[in-house]
Design a protein around this ligand. Sequence first.
Ligand SMILES: *Cc1c(COP(=O)(O)O)cnc(C)c1O
Length: 398
Amino acid sequence: MTEIALPAPAASVMSDPGSPGRFGDHGGRYVPESLIPACAAVEEAFRDAWADPRFRRDLDRLLAVHAGRPTALTPAWRLSAELGVNVLLKREDLAHTGSHKINNVLGQALLARRMGKTRLLAETGAGSHGVATATAAALLGLSATVFMGEVDMERQALNVYRMRMLGAEVIPVTGGTRTLKDATSEAMRQWVTCVDEAHYCLGSVMGPHPYPWMVREFQRVIGDEARRQCAAELTTGIPDYVVACVGGGSNAAGTFAGFADTGAQLIGVEAEGGAAIAFGQVGVLHGFRSYLVQDENGQVAEAHSIAPGLDYPGVGPEHAHLNDTGRARYVTVGDAEVIPAVRRLARTEGILPALESAHAIAWVIRAAESGELPPWSTVLVTLSGRGDKDVATLMAAS
Ligand SMILES: *Cc1c(COP(=O)(O)O)cnc(C)c1O
């Protein structure tokens, strides 16, 4: 493993991490020698594209006409009345394919095409990122190969079928625990063999530089829209709290990016069974350094959460840094609090949230009811996705 050591990182909050891709002690580019040129090429292409108004216009247009952006900001009237705090929901559940994942994949697919690539590679756990990647590939005329653990393929058969309907090839990963961690390792291994024609479309703010930064920038549309919408909705303009669930951390990073320069308190909600910041130690996995859930021997542990999208043992390096510097606070919610939160939002607002998103709702309910949130404080919560995919889990749990 080799790390590229380059100039010092930028100092301001949630800015460009510079070429080392460092967020304080975290991040970096810990990949085999053979992948360093590929990562450097993605970085160079992204820097160039992100500074090009034409690329930004093309992406904005795709997000509008294909993904349904801007997504609504919904005041949760009845839940707010019950809790005595003012809850606003940023509705990524309304985005095409049912979650925020489409924001990132449309950006990366457009970048891949600009780089002259014809193929996307992706890892997927529950299948949401795989479905979003297959969708973006179909839209832009690229081929897609999705790596998925055998165990996950069985658990998420419907999403496997969806990806194949969209024209993607789904490749079962049979090594290790046959889940997301192994699918990610396999996708990175396969990328080495086909870097000339393939772009690795990573699904969250993790992996080697530039992915954590690039994915945050593709997801910052959530925070930027919410900032404008809050300015119109709230007399104070800025919410007191900004809350989002954290798996790898992309919906949270995109949301936080819109408010990092304000006085809003940023709260990331991890699943208790995969809480890398709460219970992890610093380590290196999948090309980056960050907090990882590990066993007593330093082996990366398996994450367990009722929410498949939060089943990752690591967390994006920028979140590790936001935690270390105190700019954001990270809390945990257990499975037992999640289903009541789904039910409560469904019955008060007519919105069935994804189990992942329900972690953020559950923390708001807990913090409001315990008095931690001052009466009538304003709370922006990102609803990362819709709960349709979780109906079978909800049925089994009731
Ligand atoms: C994938 C997913 C997540 C977790 O991913 P982040 O990168 O942490 O945002 C959260 N919610 C939903 C609905 C997802 O599909």
